[in-house]
Design a protein around this ligand. Structure first.
Ligand SMILES: Nc1ncnc2c1ncn2[C@@H]1O[C@H](COP(=O)(O)OP(=O)(O)O)[C@@H](O)[C@H]1O
Ligand SMILES: [Mg+2]
Length: 244
C-alpha cells in the first residue's frame, strides 16, 4: 500500500470537470512527478488532494484513510504539506514570521531542523521576505510547509521563474527532503531537471493519465513529445483514462 493512493479522481470548477479520472501513487522517501502541458490539470490534482477543491468522484487515500471530501485543515493535520505555484510567501512578513504563521511558537528543535535543511534562511530570519532572492523565496515557502512535519509534501512548480543554477539548488533540497523519508509529489514543467530525479512520473493530458514510468524512462520515451503537442501518445491508455 502506498502512502498516497489517488484513484479515478474527478474534480473541476463550476459546471466543468477538469480531471476525468486521474490515478497516482506517492511513497515515503520517493519523488513522484506530475508533468503535462499547461492546463492539463496538474495544479488541480494537488488542490483536490489538499481539499481546496472537493473531489467529485474517485478516492484520495492517505495512510489508508479516505481524505476525499474532508476539510483542508483535517488534511493538513493528517500530514500533508502544500506549496502552491504562485504567491506562496508574504513579502511584507519576515522569514521568522512565516514560521510563526503556521505554528505560533515552533519548537526550537523543529525550527532548527528546518533551518538545517535551508541554511541560507538562517541569517535571514529577521529580514522581510520581499528582500529575498527568487530561490530563497521558494526555499522559504517549502520550509514553511516543512515546519508542520508533513509525511507528504505537494510542491507545485518549485522551479518556475528561477535561473538554472537556482533551480539546481532548490532540487537539491527537494531530493534531501525525500531522502529524509518524506513523500514528495511534485508538479513540474521543467522535465529535463525533474524527471532524472523522479522515482516515478505521470504525464497528464486534458485531465487524464496518458503515460507513467520511472522518471528517467519517461524522459527518454519518444511519446513524451506527443503529450506536449496535444496528440494522444497511446490510444489504448488515453481511452481508458487511467494508467494501471
Ligand atoms: N479557479 C479556477 N476556476 C476555473 N477554472 C480553473 C481554475 N483553475 C484552473 N482552471 C482551469 O482548469 C484547467 C486546468 O488548470 P490547472 O490545473 O491549473 O492546469 P496545469 O496546472 O496543468 O497547468 C485549465 O483549463 C484552467 O483554466
Ligand atoms: Mg499548474
Amino acid at each position: 500500500m502506498s502512502l498516497l493512493e489517488v484513484r479515478d479522481l474527478v474534480a473541476g470548477y463550476g459546471d466543468t470537470n477538469i480531471l476525468h479520472g486521474v490515478s497516482l501513487d506517492a511513497e515515503a522517501g520517493k519523488i513522484v512527478t506530475l508533468i503535462g502541458p499547461n492546463g492539463a490539470g496538474k495544479s488541480t490534482v494537488l488542490k483536490a488532494v489538499m481539499g481546496l477543491l472537493k473531489p467529485r468522484g474517485g478516492s484520495v487515500r492517505f495512510a489508508g484513510e479516505e481524505l476525499a471530501g474532508r476539510e483542508v485543515e483535517d488534511i493538513v493535520a493528517a500530514g500533508i504539506g502544500y506549496v502552491p505555484q504562485v504567491e506562496n510567501i508574504f513579502p511584507s512578513l519576515t522569514v521568522a514570521e512565516h514560521f510563526r504563521l503556521v505554528q505560533s511558537s515552533p519548537p526550537p528543535a523543529e525550527l532548527e531542523l528546518v533551518l538545517n535543511f535551508f541554511p541560507q534562511l538562517k541569517p535571514r530570519l529577521g529580514k522581510m521576505a520581499s528582500v529575498l532572492s527568487g530561490g530563497e523565496r521558494q526555499m522559504l515557502a517549502i520550509a514553511r510547509a516543512l515546519i508542520l512535519k508533513p509525511r507528504l509534501m505537494l510542491l507545485d512548480e518549485p522551479s518556475a521563474a528561477l535561473a538554472p543554477q537556482v533551480v539546481a539548488a532548490v532540487f537539491d533540497r527537494i531530493v534531501a527532503i525525500a531522502r529524509s523519508g518524506i513523500a514528495v509529489l511534485l508538479v513540474e514543467q521543467n522535465v529535463k531537471v525533474a524527471l532524472p530525479l523522479s522515482d516515478y512520473a505521470y504525464a497528464l493530458q486534458v485531465g487524464r493519465n496518458v503515460l507513467a514510468a520511472p522518471g528517467p524512462d519517461l524522459l527518454a520515451d519518444p511519446q513524451l513529445n506527443d503529450v506536449y503537442l496535444g496528440k494522444a501518445p497511446n490510444a489504448g491508455m488515453a481511452e481508458d483514462g487511467a494508467a494501471g
